[in-house]
Design a protein around this ligand. Structure first.
Ligand SMILES: Cc1cc2nc3c(=O)[nH]c(=O)nc-3n(C[C@H](O)[C@H](O)[C@H](O)COP(=O)(O)OP(=O)(O)OC[C@H]3O[C@@H](n4cnc5c(N)ncnc54)[C@H](O)[C@@H]3O)c2cc1C
Length: 306
């Protein structure tokens, strides 16, 4: 996709003035949380939701543990967001270790409780070594799940996308074909796996457009809380960690506050470059901590709504 005149002006401005000066805050954001395991973690989650609510997110979503292991906790967190906030809530749902009837029952319950948005995923095998196999009588993959959900109710549906290609995919084209099948089945947006170089997203966006994908593709932003944890996760999901990154976090293991500042700087700069390339929607993997995501949104010009 060739840049528009606006994008070229914007890129020029990004080079000439201080990086974050004068941004009008014309972005839309969403935030992802995971279901808390303990009461204390529940409090942290809740404080994070309340901190981020004034930024007027399009939605906040709650993940679903492998094999439905967090089914009740995911449900409880989503229910509380619906009940106690004005933010549209999205519930993640996977196909793993459940029959279609079981998955459908969860979705129906969500609909009855006022949840109108599902992040529809295949999920992974609980044992990473065995690889994914559909449950007998279950949904085969995310596209199949979307078709099932759409039969239940007219949910808004978000799906996952992989700028660096999903590890199970034979190649980029097969992965894009799969993404297209998910849009064709009724998804309204794709949220990407996290990545650390803006070019990675731009390249993916171009390739998706060339593959005939017209739906919204939102970058998933992962501010680094722990570099070791990010290395582990990146290894599992195939995200490349740029060489420069390790050096930036080197020596900060025992300095959480300095690490947070470094982390916010790196993530905000990447978002700024995405913004310069025309991106206006961002999805943050908050890991249930609000401050990093809040700081990045602030640097991108977003301010609390009255
Ligand atoms: C934004 C986001 C949120 C997530 N949230 C969760 C969560 O809450 N809980 C959780 O457990 N996991 C979550 N995940 C991880 C996700 O479940 C894994 O990445 C999983 O391995 C793939 O799920 P998917 O929905 O992308 O699968 P799919 O889109 O179904 O496909 C995965 C891979 O299999 C290939 N494939 C699928 N169908 C076929 C077919 N018929 N023939 C050939 N190849 C096929 C695709 O090309 C693709 O490479 C999330 C990921 C992202 C990016």
């Amino acid at each position: 996709m060739s840049p528009t005149l606006d994008q070229m002006r914007e890129a020029q401005r990004a080079l000439e003035s201080p990086l974050f000066s004068g941004l009008p805050g014309d972005i839309e954001v969403s935030f992802e949380f995971f279901p808390p395991k303990t009461e204390k973690m529940g409090e942290t989650l809740w404080q994070s939701v309340q901190t981020l609510e004034p930024l007027d997110p399009r939605f906040v979503s709650v993940t679903y543990g492998a094999g439905g292991s967090t089914r009740e906790r995911t449900h409880e967190a989503v229910r509380r967001i619906v009940r106690d906030t004005a933010i549209p809530a999205a519930a993640h749902l996977t196909c793993v270790q459940a029959t279609k009837e079981e998955v459908d029952a969860v979705a129906r319950e969500y609909w009855e409780e006022g949840v109108r948005h599902i992040v529809a995923l295949r999920g992974d095998a609980p044992d990473a070594d065995t690889g994914y196999a559909p449950h007998p009588g279950g949904y085969e993959n995310a596209a199949d799940l979307i078709a099932g959900l759409k039969k239940i109710a007219d949910f808004e549906i978000s799906v996952a996308a992989y700028p660096e290609v999903h590890p199970d995919s034979p190649d980029r084209q097969a992965d894009l074909d799969n993404l297209k099948r998910k849009f064709d089945a009724g998804a309204t947006r794709a949220i990407t796996q996290f990545f650390f170089e803006p070019e990675c997203f731009f390249d993916f966006r171009d390739k998706a457009a060339a593959a005939g994908i017209e739906g919204e593709i939102v970058p998933g932003i992962m501010p680094v809380m722990s570099f070791a944890a990010v290395q582990r996760m990146s290894g599992l999901c195939g995200t490349a960690i740029p060489d420069w990154m390790e050096g930036l976090f080197d020596g900060l293991d025992e300095r959480p506050e300095a690490r947070q500042l470094v982390s916010a700087t790196i993530a905000a700069e990447m978002c700024r470059r995405l913004y310069a390339g025309g991106v206006r929607q961002f999805h943050f993997y908050t890991l249930n901590r609000a401050e990093l995501s809040y700081a990045i949104c602030h640097m991108l010009g977003l301010r609390p709504k009255a």
